[in-house]
Design a binder for this molecule. Structure first.
Ligand code: SAH
Ligand code: SF4
Ligand code: F3S
Length: 441
């Protein structure tokens, strides 16, 4: 047998890309590639890219620039670009950066083995189709080594919502849900390999409507069925759209014990005028009422969100409405972004807000969100939580894991608890994480 070829994958963007990178590495595993940790030692480098904001997309080109010396030192090195920039820019990437050998969009990873063979033969390979088939179904069966206690599982892909600022409907295509039975089987396999917590992924995960054995299943039904898998202890899902938060999913937050008390539910803006211009199709008041219903089902829920400031036409008054919404709702965690015009999206046609004004608003919003995040984290002190230990901490005898509420918690704990869930009392709130003590059973 020839020596294994070395593959280095670098992942940008959302968790969906993290999941896809694992699948791509598995697909190339069938071609004799093993994954390595640095670009320097690789025979093939794959950049799995993100197009969501200009900065994210430009990173790809600066990264490719940095790879030039590697290619000069090793002319056989193959360089590929995958993900959402590949989808959005296609051949343009090879024009801007001729050393790129392979461009593959997010829907055609199952064709990677053949593409790899082509580039090994000195050809260029490009595939940015949106094929009918399920890309995951056609991936080669991977070996089944033990793995860490948490895993992602993509259940739904693409988006039909067409928010005026967003590239996802163009880079990921129309919404497609994977069949429920297949997901249950995959979840079962993950649990056999040591997984205790699964995060269900989708650009619009709560719009999930997969084919089930007895008709179509929504996300709540899928979660309830997953919850019957022995050994699977925690279920999470991300990212959701407010308009797809249906009654049974809200109910599941109250009565499904394995569904963790954490929800990422982006609102983007608190101004009805801007929400309308963004094509979000709900008002600020509707969002607030929805949060009240979810909190009625699960009072201790930790809420997370996404915000965009400086959307075209945003006035100071619109921005104040966003600040008010944040004060009303109260977030335990949130992401906020300065609007970035994306080519091909409707909002990109409109006059932008002055950059310095948007920067100033972003700073004010982030100060408020940081304050809320801090308060939510500090409020955990004295409480008992469950922690799933994922790795060793920096200190001797310390393990680090995530609480039900997704806070990182450092605990002095015996090594055999790695990969296990333990009850922990929170004793301290640090800059980015909590400190806890094991509760004797
Ligand atoms: N499907 C998810 C979001 C995917 S993108 C949802 O609907 O919530 C993740 C976040 O990036 C978005 O929630 C939004 O806040 C931000 N975002 C998307 N496009 C953007 C743009 N053009 N400029 C700035 N932020 C953007
Ligand atoms: Fe983008 Fe809107 Fe779809 Fe989210 S719901 S992926 S923000 S278009
Ligand atoms: Fe980025 Fe594509 Fe995800 S644009 S956020 S990698 S879906």
């Amino acid at each position: 047998m020839s020596a294994p070829k070395k593959l280095f994958v670098k992942t940008y963007g959302c968790q969906m890309n993290v999941y896809d990178s694992e699948r791509m590495a598995e697909a190339l595993g069938s071609e004799g590639y093993v994954q390595v940790g640095t670009a320097e030692e690789a025979d093939m480098i794959l950049l799995n890219t993100c197009h969501i904001r200009e900065k994210a997309a430009e990173k790809v080109y600066s990264e490719l620039g940095r790879m030039k010396p590697l290619r000069e030192a090793n002319p056989d090195l193959k360089i590929g670009v995958a993900g959402c920039v590949a989808q959005a820019e296609g051949e343009e990437i090879m024009r801007r950066q001729p050393m790129v050998d392979l461009v593959v969009g997010p829907q055609t990873y199952h064709r990677l083995p053949a593409m790899a063979r082509a580039v090994e033969g000195g050809e260029k390979a490009l595939d940015t189709d949106f094929p009918e088939e399920d890309k995951f179904l056609h991936l080669p069966k991977a070996r089944k080594p033990k793995r860490g206690p948490t895993a992602f599982l993509t259940v739904q892909e693409g988006c039909d919502k067409f928010c005026a600022f967003c590239v996802v409907p163009y880079t990921r295509g129309a919404e497609v849900s994977r069949p429920a039975e297949r997901l249950l089987r995959e979840a079962g396999e993950l649990v056999e390999r040591g997984v205790r917590e699964i995060t269900l992924l989708g650009q619009n995960v709560n719009a999930y409507h997969g084919e089930g054995p007895d008709g179509e299943w929504g996300l709540a039904r899928l979660i309830r069925e997953l919850a019957t898998i022995d050994g699977l202890d925690r279920i999470r899902f991300t990212t959701s759209h407010p308009n797809d938060m249906e009654d049974d999913l809200i109910a599941a937050h109250g009565d499904c014990e394995k569904l963790m008390p954490y929800l990422h539910l982006p609102v983007q803006s608190g101004s009805d005028r801007i929400l309308k211009a963004m094509n979000r199709k709900h008002t600020a008041a509707e969002y607030v009422a929805l949060i009240e219903r979810i909190r009625a089902a699960r009072p201790d829920l930790l809420l997370s969100g996404d915000f965009i400031v400086g959307f075209p036409g945003e006035t100071e008054e619109d921005f104040e409405a966003t600040m008010d919404l944040v004060r009303t709702v109260g977030y335990g965690q949130a992401y906020s972004f300065k609007y970035s015009a994306r080519p091909g999206t409707p909002a990109a046609e409109k006059a932008p807000v002055e950059s310095a004004v948007a920067d100033d608003r972003l700073q004010r919003l982030q100060a408020l969100l940081t304050e809320q995040q801090r308060a939510a984290q500090d409020s955990m002190v004295g409480r008992e939580v469950s922690v799933l230990f994922e790795k060793a901490g920096r200190l001797e005898g310390q393990l680090v894991g995530k609480s039900d509420y997704l806070h990182a918690v450092h605990v002095q704990a015996p090594e055999h608890l790695m990969g296990q869930i333990a009850r922990v009392k929170i004793v301290e709130s640090g800059p980015n994480s909590l400190k806890g003590e094991l509760i004797a059973e």
